[in-house]
Design a protein around this ligand. Structure first.
Ligand SMILES: [Zn+2]
Length: 241
């Protein structure tokens, strides 16, 4: 397992040398923390700050919605933990746009954002709210009607709270299929976020690279597109036929 991890890192490093072309990318995290961490998946704020400075030093722009094939980075946070609220001053001050994927059944639970905090965040121009389903169950293991109902509940909840149309959905644990894509589109979602790493594409289905614990050199390599080489393997694992 450890060998595999190092092999993966090495592969990312090596392929970043060949792939480098400043293509736009979506990267994702789960939470950030300074002193109090709400989840074991949380990124220390100093590491996150380092990522932000690498992104900007390499000439990328942090955006809330990628509109160009080159030079843009979209940052996502999954699950809706409270660390975003704890660190909002830093995000605001530094104009760091965040796309927050909320599990609506977790709102108001310990460690997760509550209604009031979400309402405050919505009013800031740096935060976009999106759906991460209602119950965070694997989409591909559910029946048509169960998955459809679950994402309708989540979409309606967030739309009532924000008064904004919720267009983006992120698949719990990354599993998806043609069938789940079709259901999500039926419900009105236009952008479907996976955990398959790689460059941004104009398709409805968006690649995303998990970088929550990436140290400097690995993060640079991922930013340079080094993990695009793994997209075929991830798609094989997460895309169900
Ligand atoms: Zn999740």
């Amino acid at each position: 397992m450890i060998f595999l991890k190092y092999f993966k890192k090495l592969l990312i490093q090596i392929s970043s040398l060949f792939y480098f072309n400043k293509r736009s990318k979506v990267i994702f995290y789960h939470d950030i923390h300074d002193l109090i961490s709400h989840t074991h998946m949380s990124t220390p704020i100093d590491l996150f700050k380092e990522h932000v400075s690498i992104i900007r030093n390499q000439g990328y722009e942090i955006v809330n919605n990628i509109t160009s094939e080159y030079g843009q980075i979209e940052i996502c946070f999954d699950d809706g933990f409270q660390g975003i609220y704890d660190n909002i001053d830093y995000l605001k001050k530094n104009n760091i746009f965040i796309n927050l994927f909320i599990i609506t059944s977790n709102i108001n639970k310990k460690g997760f954002l509550n209604n009031k905090q979400l309402e405050e965040l919505i009013n800031l121009n740096v935060i976009t709210i999106s759906s991460h389903t209602h119950q965070h169950k694997i989409a591909t293991s559910q029946s048509y009607i169960n998955f459809k109902n679950d994402i309708i509940i989540s979409k309606n909840y967030l739309q009532n709270l924000t008064n904004i149309k919720i267009n983006s959905l992120c698949y719990p644990l990354g599993y998806y299929s043609h069938k789940t894509n079709n259901i999500a589109k039926e419900v009105g979602f236009q952008k479907l976020y996976t955990c398959v790493p790689g460059f941004y594409s104009r398709n409805n289905t968006k690649n995303r690279s998990l970088v929550q614990f990436s140290q400097r050199s690995e993060f640079k390599a991922i930013l340079n597109g080094g993990d695009h080489i793994l997209s075929f393997w991830y798609k094989f694992k997460y895309f169900k036929r």
